[in-house]
Write a protein that binds this ligand. Structure first.
Ligand code: FAD
Ligand code: SF4
Length: 511
């Protein structure tokens, strides 16, 4: 019988990958494909490319140690076609395996293209359900039913009940489902004080070889490799989890939403890359946090706040991505403006955006509130095209995989999917940035000024947005206060907001 293949994609780097259990180690092989087309599909940050390639090469070594035979196609092999599906087609033509097993892809585009490549060679391809997630797609669909809008909070409660995580019988431990109200603190004028340095993992020989390849093949891509220290093996990912729970989880909750200049990581876990590459299982991450509460009495607000991100948001977002196939095409507000060029350089005079984009280019990382309330808020208020913004987020973050990036960007940050899974557009003026960070101190703009000299572009565009969408915002109980504040303004002020916003947007590249 001809040999079979387990195709292991770059974000399925676990021995629990179900395709591995379907092949016979003595007869069959694993196929791993690096493809330059994947790095160029969006103009990927160098660190994002390096992370995937390095983690894949380390995992290939793990597979070989476990007794698997591995066919490994390297990104700079010029004898092969550029795209991943074409590389698969080429492999099928030259090796003629009798069938392909794979764990379901994390992106619709790739799932369809791989299926088409296999079909073109009449090689049967079986895509197996991904056991990494706690909620299967069938279970998500059962929960979602035919509802036209879905809310994370109800999903989260449902999953807490189903799994028993942080439950006391039928009730949530601590008597509350969430501790959001305790978890929205800013730092005040004194700042965050001493923040524990998160672990970074020095590049070994494999990673350094990857760096050389990335600089040679993708030297014109955005971002830098200078501070690369992401976990690229399961052992490093487990160490990162352990260090987070020991050193930063206790303060994670209260300062989850806070920002501070030149403090890119604060108390965040930096575990998204390890989870998304499947170096870590979400169950072990949740268990580690819950154990820290049970055994070391870490604050429940922090532990619950962290568990909610993984058990709630991450599972919900993944369910939403597969539930609604059209998310990438939606444009609720019909926004079409191109990205300003400074999104790729960070060279803007707005301190908040310079800080968030600058650290993104340096590290491939920004934490949730920077993504949602700094770059995302600006992109929504400036009426940038959701498709262009989604491509940018997919390109610049080391943890970006479409199933998680797209719903967060299009749905959460840009409200491009309307009310399907967010109850309101997440918009804020400069006052929010001032409250949650120190960015406004020393900025050439004043967050309290809407129009005229020193007016903060975020504040101006916020008011222009509320003015433009007043009818819908006033009909929504969650946004009605925004419009009641607007209604207090004299008509002439509203007119000058509209004119000034038009002028600012016309000169968006020079902000
Ligand atoms: P922490 O703040 O320590 O949170 C813990 C974990 O919870 C994260 O590692 C992550 O796995 C999970 N998590 C938290 N929030 C979310 C969320 N909204 N959706 C899914 N998982 C969540 N996350 C990605 O993994 N990849 C992306 O491409 C991505 N794009 C985003 C785009 C936008 C516009 C926004 C607003 C959010 C995006 N997120 C994305 C979610 C979130 O910002 C990141 O998961 C988080 O910042 C990663 O840093 P961390 O590991 O330090 O997270
Ligand atoms: Fe950002 Fe405005 Fe504050 Fe400057 S003043 S940091 S632009 S919110």
């Amino acid at each position: 019988m001809a040999a079979e293949i387990a195709l292991v994609l770059g974000d399925h780097l676990t021995l629990e990958n179900p395709a591995l259990a379907r092949i016979d180690r003595a007869r069959d092989s694993v196929l791993m494909i690096e493809a330059p087309g994947e790095a160029r599909h969006v103009w990927s940050h160098k660190a994002r490319i390096a992370l995937f390639l390095s983690a894949m090469r380390h995992f290939a070594a793990t597979l070989r140690e476990a007794g698997f035979r591995v066919h490994y196609l390297e990104v700079d092999d010029a004898s092969l076609p550029a795209s991943l599906p074409e590389r698969l087609g080429h492999f099928l033509a030259t090796h003629a395996p009798s069938r392909i097993w794979m764990c379901e892809a994390g992106e619709r585009r790739l799932a369809d293209a791989l299926a088409a490549a296999a079909a073109a060679r009449t090689t049967p391809l079986t895509s197996l359900a991904d056991p990494h997630f706690l909620v299967s797609m069938e279970a998500f669909s059962r929960w979602a039913g035919d509802k036209s809008s879905l809310r994370m909070e109800f999903f989260y409660r449902h999953v807490r009940r189903e799994t028993g995580v942080l439950m006391d019988g039928d009730a949530p431990v601590g008597g509350q489902w969430n501790f959001d109200a305790d978890n929205r603190k800013g730092f005040g004028a004194k700042g965050p004080g001493l923040v524990p340095t998160p672990p970074r993992y020095p590049p070994d020989a494999i990673t350094q070889a990857v760096f050389a390849t990335v600089e040679r093949e993708f030297g014109d891509h955005p971002g830098s490799l200078d501070s690369f220290g992401w976990p690229v093996t399961r052992a490093q990912a487990l160490d990162a989890l352990h260090r987070f729970v020991e050193e930063r989880l206790a303060a994670f909750g209260p300062f989850q939403d806070a920002m501070w200049s030149n403090e890119p990581f604060l108390w965040h876990s930096l575990l998204s890359t390890s989870l998304n590459l499947k170096l870590l299982d979400p169950r072990e991450v949740i268990d580690a946090a819950v154990r820290a509460w049970q055994e070391r009495r870490l604050p429940l607000a922090s532990v619950e706040g962290f568990v909610r991100q993984i058990l709630g948001w991450r599972e919900f977002i993944r369910g939403v991505y597969w539930h609604w196939p059209d998310l990438g095409r939606l444009n609720h507000f019909e926004h079409h403006r191109a990205l300003p060029a400074w999104f790729w350089t960070g060279e803007t005079s707005m301190n908040c955006l310079r800080d968030a984009i600058g650290q993104t280019l340096r590290h491939g990382y920004a934490h949730h509130i920077q993504r949602l309330m700094i770059t995302g808020n600006f992109a929504l208020l400036a009426e940038l095209s959701p498709q262009a913004v989604c491509d940018w987020y997919l390109a610049v973050y080391v943890d970006a995989v479409e199933w998680v990036e797209l719903p967060n960007t299009a749905g959460m940050a840009l409200h491009a999917c309307g009310p399907r899974f967010t109850s309101k557009p997440y918009i804020a003026s400069g006052a929010y940035v001032k409250r949650m960070s120190n960015h406004c101190k020393g900025c050439r703009y004043d967050p309290g000024v809407r129009v005229g000299p020193g007016a903060c572009p975020i504040t101006l565009l916020y008011w222009a947005f509320v003015d433009k969408h007043a009818a819908t915002l006033s009909a929504n109980p969650r946004t009605v206060t925004m419009t009641s504040n607007l209604e207090r303004l004299p008509v002439a002020d509203r007119q000058s907001i509209r004119t000034a916003a038009r002028d600012v947007l016309a000169a968006i590249d020079s902000l």
